[in-house]
Ligand binder design. Structure first.
Ligand SMILES: Cc1cc2nc3c(=O)[nH]c(=O)nc-3n(C[C@H](O)[C@H](O)[C@H](O)COP(=O)(O)OP(=O)(O)OC[C@H]3O[C@@H](n4cnc5c(N)ncnc54)[C@H](O)[C@@H]3O)c2cc1C
Length: 285
């Protein structure tokens, strides 16, 4: 639960800060305040949609697990979880259902690529070249370089999957909503993981802040779980193609980019659980 909350907070803080900075820049350039705000929000519509989907699904998970922790009492109206359980269910429906937001995330992402607002082509070509040479993974010698490499690999995986799929289906991709949903899942997962990693890097680098050992436990567990979920999404996407030959590049990318160095994830998760049992509340700054 805490690992997901940490990633969600990181994602929301990162997005809100980016919107604020852009609005600030626009106002400084003399644009009216409200127009600057609307334009800044529009520029980050993908990130906002990701925050909505990820946030509502983390909320669902937390309340569902919370009810489970209460056992039978969780199901009773005498305990608080029952009401929370009913209340959070709407979050996946209103403010744009999560299904529609997932479609929007991919549509806007590919549109930005086509319009040249986001350079997808150069890094995609670099990834495909790298896969051709099959250079293998080097995760560096420190836990920190390991995490940064995992993020870079999972971003490359997302790029190859989105790029190859878009090239295969072209205009017909809109009709392939199941496939689009898998791509959306990749974009959502990598944005959350990268946000969490950047958050801890900021804690490490800012002399006024403090990165604790527990932050690394959170990141290692999150990186493993993110890569596992992304692997499942890519497999489901590949098995939505008629001809497996069409998915060869994706298959190679999956093999090269989704493996993570071995770690005892159970130990990292127990460390997180023990930390919060001792703290008795959420205290990760
Ligand atoms: C408590 C509550 C408060 C609300 N508050 C507001 C408010 O303040 N302002 C406001 O404007 N609206 C509000 N709404 C409305 C809410 O935004 C809509 O319920 C929501 O947008 C979904 O629309 P719908 O109910 O018509 O479902 P539909 O659009 O009929 O969708 C039904 C299901 O089909 C799925 N679906 C639809 N199209 C696709 C597709 N192409 N691919 C895959 N799946 C699809 C949807 O994701 C959903 O799961 C509120 C709703 C509730 C219940």
């Amino acid at each position: 639960m805490y690992i997901k909350i940490f990633a969600l907070e990181a994602l929301v803080y990162r997005t809100a800060n980016a919107i604020d900075l852009l609005r600030h820049d626009k106002v400084a350039q003399g644009r009216p305040y409200m127009r600057s705000k609307t334009e800044a929000l529009k520029d980050f519509s993908i990130e906002c949609a990701i925050a909505k989907v990820y946030g509502s699904e983390v909320q669902d998970y937390i309340v569902d697990e919370g009810l489970q922790v209460y056992g039978g009492m969780g199901y009773s109206t005498e305990a608080p979880m029952e009401r929370l359980y009913r209340s959070v269910r709407i979050s996946r429906i209103f403010e744009g259902t999560n299904e529609i937001n997932r479609l929007l995330i991919v549509k806007e992402f590919l549109k930005k690529g086509l319009k040249g607002e986001l350079d997808l082509f150069t890094p995609l070509t670099a990834c495909l070249d790298w896969l051709e040479k099959n250079e293998g993974g080097d995760y560096g010698s420190s836990p920190w370089s390991e995490l940064l490499t995992i993020v870079a690999h999972l971003k490359s995986l997302t790029l190859v999957v989105a790029g190859v799929t878009a090239q295969k289906f072209l205009q017909e991709l809109e009709e392939e909503q199941e496939i689009v949903t898998h791509i959306a899942n990749l974009l959502i997962e990598i944005y959350a993981l990268e946000s969490a990693v950047l958050r801890v890097r900021k804690l490490k680098n800012d002399p006024n802040l403090e990165a604790k050992a527990i932050h690394m436990d959170v990141l290692h567990a999150l990186a493993f779980e993110t890569s596992s979920r992304m692997e499942a999404s890519v497999k489901a996407l590949m098995f939505s193609f008629d001809d497996p030959e069409d998915a060869v590049q994706i298959k190679n990318a999956l093999a090269a980019y989704s493996t993570v160095p071995h770690r005892n994830i159970k130990k990292h998760k127990r460390a997180v659980a023990n930390y919060f049992i001792a703290e008795t509340r959420y205290t990760l700054g």
